[in-house]
Ligand binder design. Sequence first.
Ligand code: SF4
Length: 703
Amino acid sequence: MSKNEVKTTCSYCGVGCGIIVKKDINNKVYVEGDKDHPVNKGMLCSKGMNLHYVVNDTSDRILYPEMRWSRSHPRERVSWDDALDRASSVFKSIIKKHGPDSVGFYVSGQSLTEEYYIANKLTKGFLGTNNIDTNSRLCMSSAVVGYKKTFGEDSVPISYEDIELADSFLITGANPAWCHPILFRRIEKRKEENPDVQIIVIDPRKTDSANFADLHLQLLPGTDVILYNAIGRRLFERGYIDKDFIKNHTEGIAPYKELIFKTSIKQASKLCGVPEKDIKRAADIIGRSKGFISMWAMGLNQSVVGTNKNVSLLNLSLITGQVGKPGSGPFSLTGQPNAMGGREVGGMANLLAVHKDLMNEEHRREVAQFWGVDSISDKPGYTATEMFDALESGKLKAIWIVCTNPLVSMPNTHQIERAMKKAKFVVVQDISYKSDTVDHADLVLPAAGWLEKEGTMTNSERRISYLPKEIDPPGEARPDVEILCEFAQKMGFRGFNYNSAEEIYSEYSAMTKGTNIDVSFLNYDRLKTEGTFQWPVPEHRHPGTPRLFQDKQFYTPSKKAIFNIPTGIENTSFKPTEEFPLILTTGRIRDQWHTMTKTGKVSRLKTHYPTPVLEINPVDAYLNKIKEGDITEIKSKNGVVRVRAKVTETIKKGVVFLPMHWGKQLQNDLNRANNLTNTEVDPISKEPDFKFTCVSVQKYTKP
Ligand code: SF4
């Protein structure tokens, strides 16, 4: 490494690839994959390899704080002092008049761990409300619940290195070929080098991941639980179960067995739209494997039955005893680079730091004591959708949005617009004017971006990495922790006078001591000199923990893993009607990231999909008189979208697909997929139902 080079981590997806950043004499940066990094071994996907364009082009950046005194006036540039004075005086006055639960923070899985920690300490410890939630609620809260119910704590058991040891993969509700490309490259390599390795993909769309698979089960949306149970039944019938593991290390097998034997494989085949022989083959592949890995993402999580889908999938790892041994285990894929770090510091309305539980009195007392506050409220905070419901109804008066763009990413975006208009005070702390949400802010705070601040992140496999500050932020933009700590001090709170991100990390890591996510022996020095570590790192010189539960001691009171019975096997989303006969599912495309505030700046990333298109099956296209390239009008009970049609057999009949990325990037809110989506959520995880919205589709002709 030359002195003009620095090692860091990609700021896009949860794969967490290592990047080497080089700087020229004009301070322009260039990126390349880090060949020594254990995650990507030098590889980068299209998004990662173009990250330098995003950093070098500052034309869209928010450079100065801006404020408006009333909604009828435009925002104008103000000093940082004036901006944070105004924020603190408005928050104080609203809290005094309406109580602490009248304010809230909506944060992001792209925030660094130190930022997440401070935002939570500020909200739960000092503002006196648990109204802090995150956009990670939209992508992985169902997986968190699944892990807690099954293993006793939110714990991803395995590592990417297990990919090289597995002989079968069940990829379900995920398209890693596009959304986690470097991870998928490792799976491809495993298959190339070992052709006997078998890959099963479960997805209503024939994605690039499905094209690579040995077996694609193209299920009807929402029938996942029935399908997993049918696979479980076949595993039992064929004797592919690990009796010793079940007997010694699990609880609840009897009701699970009773449930899965209630539905025959033939019935399941009919309900799921998957041939019986394929269900049997999937089970046989899994049952014959020495190492079986299940992988999933939004297709399971973003559902009104997301918890049921998660526990049903996890049950397959339990009956086969495929947990805590090399090359096996369940593996939820996080979409955002630090969704996992947010989980560690309690970055959700129902969590506390270090995996403690908000509803546990003892846990609240411990965290309050650590922060030196009298108590933490026992009232659960608003989750993401609840927060915007509360804004719309007037219960929540002020919202502070950090590093996320709910105007495009939340379900039912027209409701989000109404909520933002109804709010008394909206603060948006972000890097780019390309976020549609900035338009609704009363106070805009310019934040530092990737390479412009230091901190840590944790990827999908519990790997913590240190991200250095390499360049100065443009204009007056500042690191998020500085902004939040100065606000806290202006509110009169003590305990926020840190001199560096390192001091915040040290406080957090001390808090982990003795817990299952102990990183109390992992400091900035080790991260800077030795590289990345997978938690826990519970001792001096400990190398980190690639695999959990090797001793088969789970985090439940009995130390046994638990078979959970789904509350029902059916999907409870609104069913198609005569008016809205098709099922819309939304998702990502290969070269764009979230709401395109970063990837939308890179022209070469637009060549793959220059505009959003509706994927529709030829039969549905014919029935609705739609041809390839026609502009279609898609309607749901919540709104309208107009985009061109892509007629393709890759999507199942009765189902249509829209990418979720576009907002005002095309100067047209009729591109926003979330104009259509439902606000219904899973009753436990509170994750929205992005994968099942009933819509109508017709050819659009200009009036
Ligand atoms: Fe970045 Fe994810 Fe691509 Fe890796 S796979 S380069 S982390 S976007």
